[in-house]
Every structure is written in C-alpha cells, then in structure tokens.
Design a protein around this ligand. Structure first.
Ligand code: BT5
Length: 256
C-alpha cells in the first residue's frame, strides 16, 4: 500500500455523482488517474473514467488505460488493525474474482492481486492510502480495449472480457457489479474477520507454483503456498521451511 500524499493534478471539473447502490459514483471522460481524483473524496465514493492519461500500477509502474476498459477507484474506510489492512488488497482481488465467476469466467489470482485468465492479466489492483482512515482501491479491468495496441510489450500477456465471453456487460453494469461485491466483501472482512476472507482468497491462487520474489533487489526462490491467516505471503523452501512476507517487502513476484 502506497502511503504517499499525491496532489490531484489535472482534476477536471467535478461532475454531479450518480447513486450506485451505497456508492456515490463520479464519472469522467478522461483523468490522469482515477486513484488521484479519488484522493479528496469521502468513504463510499467511487470514480470511473473512460481513459486515464497516467494510469498507475504498483511501484510506479504504468497501467495502460485505453478506451473501453474499466478504470475505477473506490474510497473505503480502513481499519487501523494491521491484519485487516493487509487483508484489504487481497479482499479486493476476491471481489473482482467473485464478479468474474458470476459472469461465467474462471480467473485465478497471482499474488498479491493480479487477476489472470490462462496466465494472461485481465485485471490489476492498486491500493493507495492518502489519509489515515481511508484507502483508495483502484481497479483496472480490460473489457473491450486493446492495451497491447498502445504498448506492444504487452502482446500475448493481457486478457480482456470480450475475448472470454460473447457479449461482455456494459461498463456501467460492470461498475455496479464490482462496487456491490466490493462493499459486500468489506462487510464480510469487518464482521467475520480477515481469516475467513483469506480462506476464500487462498482458493483462488490455482495450483502451487514455483516463484521468484524480488525483495527490493535481493532475489529469493521457493514455492508459493498462499497467504497465512495474517495475510502474509507464505513461501516454502526446498526443505519445506516456510518464510512469510508482507506485501510492501516484495517488489515483484515472478512465476518461474
Ligand atoms: C497493477 O499494477 O496491476 C495495478 C493496476 C491498477 C490500475 C487501476 S486503473 C484504476 C486505478 N487508477 C490507476 O491509476 N490505477 C488503478 P502492477 O502489478 O504494478 O502491474 C503493472 C504491469 O501490468 C505493467 O508493468 C504492465 O506489465 C502490465 N499492464 C499495464 N497495463 C495493462 C493492462 N491494461 N492490462 C494488463 N496488463 C497491463
């Protein structure tokens, strides 16, 4: 989770929000990054834009945000409890996977919260924390867009809904489904506690995989075995010895 205060560069005139279940939804044709527009909004606000000029991934990576993809940020209250905070990004990934299952798609998660179909990235999440009690959950989901047309390096690496189902729902419908499910999972996280939600998350990683972790320069190999009840990545070495890592310690996870 990024704990930096960003200025909201080029925030266009604020539109009148529409109601989307419990959420107030602000929609824009173009913004720099929906997460940055969401920085000044209260909990249960959401921002969607048709395109982003500076879509952001984790660790300052770029997120290609061309027209006809879903670029959405949701402002949610965040607990001061360390484990609940760790569980939030994982819970958000679970919410996206739940919606995809509803649409008849079988996704898997790649730690911490990439959503893949057949090893191609369909969706990514970026959680920012700009103020103490709120987090911004940024969701990028390829729908009918073509990210590889803008960034050829993404060729054969991305998936989009329109290649996975004959008629993907309109962006407004997807926005509704995702916000509803995110709200539902956050209620579960609060009422049932992180271990119950993490148990569901652990069913989404697919079969155990050999991975290499980039711990900010230092590389470490092992078998990814999911997350522990405290939300930490669990890595097993050749002798079966487990090590645990917090998300901010792992710059990148590569499946080997
Ligand atoms: C992520 O970062 O996957 C987080 C993406 C979050 C995007 C949303 S859109 C709404 C909100 N506003 C924002 O500005 N951001 C959020 P990371 O795990 O660092 O992955 C980034 C990597 O994914 C890039 O380095 C590319 O390799 C790849 N990538 C970029 N654009 C992509 C796309 N449209 N589809 C699939 N992969 C992409």
């Amino acid at each position: 989770m990024t704990a930096a205060l960003h200025s909201n560069v080029a925030n266009p005139t604020t539109p009148v929000p529409s109601r989307c279940g419990d959420w107030a939804l602000y929609e824009y044709p173009v913004v720099t990054s929906t997460n940055l527009v969401a920085v000044n909004l209260p909990a249960w606000s959401a921002v969607r834009a048709d395109t982003q000029t500076n879509g952001r991934g984790r660790f300052q990576r770029n997120w290609v945000s061309d027209r006809d993809g879903l670029w959405l940020s949701a402002v949610v209250p965040i607990s001061q409890d360390k484990i609940e905070r760790r569980a939030l990004p994982l819970a958000a990934g679970l919410a996206i996977c739940d919606v995809l299952h509803e649409l008849g798609i079988s996704p898997r998660l790649r730690w911490p919260n990439d959503v893949l179909v057949k090893d191609r990235k369909l969706a990514g999440l970026l959680i920012d924390q700009f103020v103490l009690h709120l987090a911004v959950v940024g969701i990028g989901l390829n729908v009918r867009n073509r990210p590889e047309a803008l960034d050829p390096a993404l060729a054969h690496q991305t998936a989009r809904l329109s290649d996975l189902m004959p008629r993907p729902p309109e962006l407004s419908v997807l926005t509704n489904l995702i916000l509803r499910q995110l709200g539902q999972i956050l209620t579960e996280l609060k009422n049932d506690g992180p271990p119950a939600v993490l148990l569901r998350v652990n069913k989404l990683w697919g079969s155990p995989r050999s991975v290499e972790l980039d711990l900010d320069g230092q590389l470490c190999r092992g078998l990814f075995t999911g997350v522990d009840p405290q939300g930490r990545l669990a890595l097993s070495d050749a002798a079966g010895q487990l090590s645990f890592y917090d998300a901010h310690e792992v710059r990148h996870l590569t499946e080997t």
